[in-house]
Write a protein that binds this ligand. Structure first.
Ligand SMILES: NC(=O)c1ccc[n+]([C@@H]2O[C@H](COP(=O)([O-])OP(=O)(O)OC[C@H]3O[C@@H](n4cnc5c(N)ncnc54)[C@H](OP(=O)(O)O)[C@@H]3O)[C@@H](O)[C@H]2O)c1
Length: 266
């Protein structure tokens, strides 16, 4: 019975991972959410092989409690960890446009905590269970905007704190890969593509988010004649799992797109 932990499972891509993985009744899926009471999409899904577990991913102690809860149900083993939870402030400001250095610093630190430190805590919390399991695979959701090549090629000056945090996240994943290669672990950072998650969004997009989109489109249009429409969570999750499930152990720790390479991102 393969076991999966998916963080940030209340909505968006994380929710789709849970839906997709739990269609196979053999899979045991643990959906980690910040707030069980408001995880309505998961409650509506109502699948027997899905267990909702509560943890804010910035809280190392809460993640350790979540891991203990999972361990109780799995005889202290875990096959797959999917570090999906993440967030962006999307203020619409480039690196030199923040109103003052305090706001810039706050945004950098908050975004780093939620996208980078959170994944380090989550991976550390579930590592003991993963070590006991036969599979030892960890997929982490990063973003093209945290990739140096994409940022320079697409002339993408926006999503400042988010991009910096995801770039650091890629290095954190590489550190885990380097440490655990000899034990047979496979770590992979992946960009899920440009994914339309509006169907499960809890708030409408902010003005800043619209500005970020304009900034990205402006940069991209200099290298792409037409920008493809966002893909669905269903399509993204299928493509990510195709890449992840066939990812070779000797390339553990890399960061790729949902196409499985570092050249095509959307
Ligand atoms: N959508 C895209 O086009 C895109 C592109 C590149 C990368 N990504 C990455 O893909 C991942 C999923 O993105 P998405 O578009 O599905 O985002 P989303 O729709 O905004 O969903 C984010 C999920 O993460 C959870 N989350 C955020 N902070 C958390 C915390 N501190 N503790 C626990 N849960 C937390 C949210 O829970 P709540 O419901 O409690 O807020 C929600 O379930 C993220 O890492 C994102 O950076 C997405």
């Amino acid at each position: 019975m393969p076991s999966y932990v998916v963080t940030g499972a209340s909505r968006g891509i994380g929710l789709q991972f849970v839906k997709h993985l739990s269609t196979d009744e053999q899979n045991q899926v643990f959906a980690v959410v910040r707030n069980k009471a408001t995880a309505n999409f998961l409650h509506e899904l109502g699948r027997k092989n899905v267990t909702i577990v509560e943890a804010d991913v910035t809280d190392a102690k809460a993640l350790n409690r979540a891991a203990a809860e999972v361990g109780k149900a799995t005889n202290n083993k875990l096959d797959y960890l999917i570090n999906n939870a993440g967030s962006a402030s999307f203020l619409g400001w480039t690196i030199d446009q923040f109103p003052n250095s305090e706001e810039l610093e706050k945004d950098l630190i908050d975004t780093f905590r939620n996208n980078t430190i959170a994944v380090v805590h989550s991976t550390n919390a579930f590592l003991p269970l993963l070590k006991n399991g036969p599979t030892k695979k960890v997929l982490t959701l990063s973003g093209a905007s945290g990739h140096l090549g994409f940022t320079l090629h697409a002339n993408a000056p926006g999503m400042v704190s988010y991009s910096i945090a995801k770039a650091a996240l890629n290095m954190a994943v590489a550190k885990f890969a380097a440490q655990y290669r000899a034990e047979g672990f496979v770590f992979l950072s992946i960009c899920p593509g440009m994914v339309d998650t509006t169907a499960t969004q809890t708030a409408p997009p902010s003005e800043g988010a619209m500005e970020e989109l304009k900034l990205l489109s402006k940069g991209l249009s200099s290298v792409m004649p037409s920008i493809p429409a966002p893909i669905s969570p269903e399509e993204s999750v299928k493509m990510q799992l195709d890449v992840f499930n066939s990812w070779p152990a000797e390339r553990s720790g890399e960061m790729v797109s949902h196409f499985g390479n570092e050249t095509r991102w959307i």
